[in-house]
Ligand binder design. Structure first.
Ligand code: NAD
Length: 365
């Protein structure tokens, strides 16, 4: 298993290595882009790998895992060759593999920075799961390393490709109900009990998760407020509630926060690991309201405008996100879920945690 200490020595060696140029697609625009998944946990297994089979412009071409048993099972299931199978130590050899265009980082949060930077230095474009990192400093480092290596970086904000969300963004932008005055947004779930030693416990460990409910799912509520307003919050005021001090000894269980936006819009948000049912947003405007509930699920999301339900197709959000990234790479354009977008969320979450700690409102510059 990789540690951050090992990363520091690896990155020192790599810092001296030359930057590799990413592949150009101008000449072979029909070729599907090869994705390598780093970390074959629940999200990769249950969502991303199946979604890759539904994409138009991408294919599952490689895997990176610390488990030889998983490697063998995935090779069989998806026809992945041994030469496109890596572990966390020999991962940097991916630089020599022309079948891999994109590295999709699906690891515990504190490992995002390491593998994003190693992938960029190997000349691969990077799609990195949310939250982008565990600190603002890391997020900045990731964007600057990807820029330096001339590779694209995007964050796995799947909701930005979901048709009901896109319709709500349109209603907000076109002021369907007039100017938005207030947004309520919340996302949470009840965190189950894992036996000690279960790898999935990393979400409860500060070293790996960097935070609790806020970093994991509160980020969806934050994203919704940012893309509905099209503005950056100028200040936050937050407080934390903890009922299970043993389970949530290291990370936040429940956080409530409000954000003031430059136009005067106020957002009230909440997130929790303590109970279920929180999965919605509502935008209140001069002449009515619109929103979604459920809002942030993989499927079955629903939107409303006034008293009417909005019918939009149910799609695979991960497939849409990956096809969009393929298009960004092919057209050499900027992703709407770029590294800078991830960095902005990190800055706001950092301010939320600082507001919790100080009990005071926190300005965001
Ligand atoms: P998971 O625990 O199921 O999988 C994590 C993987 O990392 C496992 O394969 C594990 O073996 C591997 N790993 C490597 N080193 C590890 C270490 N030191 N400790 C623990 N695991 C280690 O987690 P997941 O639910 O697949 O989440 C992975 C990432 O995806 C997280 O950043 C999470 O926030 C994100 N995520 C995003 C969504 C979304 O909807 N976009 C949904 C779930 C998770």
């Amino acid at each position: 298993m990789n540690t951050r200490r090992q990363f520091l020595s690896v990155s020192a060696t790599l810092a001296a290595a030359s930057q590799l140029a990413p592949h150009s697609f101008a000449a072979d625009s029909d070729r599907k882009l090869g994705f390598a998944l780093v970390g074959l946990g629940r999200l990769s297994t249950n969502q991303i790998a199946p979604a890759l089979q539904k994409t138009k412009n991408c294919k599952l071409a490689g895997i990176v895992t610390g488990s030889p048993e998983k490697a063998e099972a995935w090779q069989k299931q998806y026809g992945i060759s041994q030469k496109s199978t890596y572990n966390y130590r020999n991962f940097d050899q991916i630089a020599d593999n022309p079948d891999i265009d994109v590295v999709y980082v699906v690891l515990p949060n504190s490992m995002h920075e390491e593998f994003t930077i190693r992938a960029a230095r190997a000349g691969k474009h990077v799609l990195c799961e949310k939250p982008m990192s565990v600190s603002v400093a890391e997020a900045k480092q990731m964007t600057s390393e990807c820029e330096k290596a001339k590779v694209k970086l995007a964050i796995g904000y799947r909701c930005q490709f979901e048709p009901h969300h896109i319709e709500c963004m349109r209603m907000a932008k076109e002021k369907r109900f007039g100017a938005i005055r207030q947004i309520d947004a919340s996302f949470g779930f009840r965190f189950g009990d894992y036996p000690l030693g279960d790898l999935r416990r990393w979400r409860l460990e500060m070293e790996y998760a960097g935070g609790g409910a806020l970093m994991d799912v509160g980020i969806y509520a934050l994203q919704a407020c940012r893309y509905l307003t099209g503005e950056e919050p100028k200040s936050v005021m937050a407080r934390e509630i903890k009922t299970d001090h043993e389970k949530f000894a290291e990370v936040d269980e429940t956080i409530l926060w409000s954000m003031d936006f430059p136009s005067g819009i106020v957002a009230n948000c909440s997130t929790t690991y303590g109970f279920s049912g929180m999965n919605q947003f509502t935008a209140y405007a001069d002449n009515g309201k619109f929103g979604m509930e459920p809002a942030f699920s993989y499927e079955g999301n629903r939107a409303f405008a006034g008293n009417s339900t909005i019918e939009k197709p149910q799609i695979d959000q991960f497939a849409a996100e990956m096809d969009d990234f393929a298009n960004v790479i092919r057209t050499d354009s900027k992703s709407k879920v770029s590294g800078e977008e991830g960095l902005r969320d990190m800055i706001v979450m950092d301010a939320i945690y600082k507001s919790v700690a100080s009990g005071k409102s926190r300005k965001i510059s």
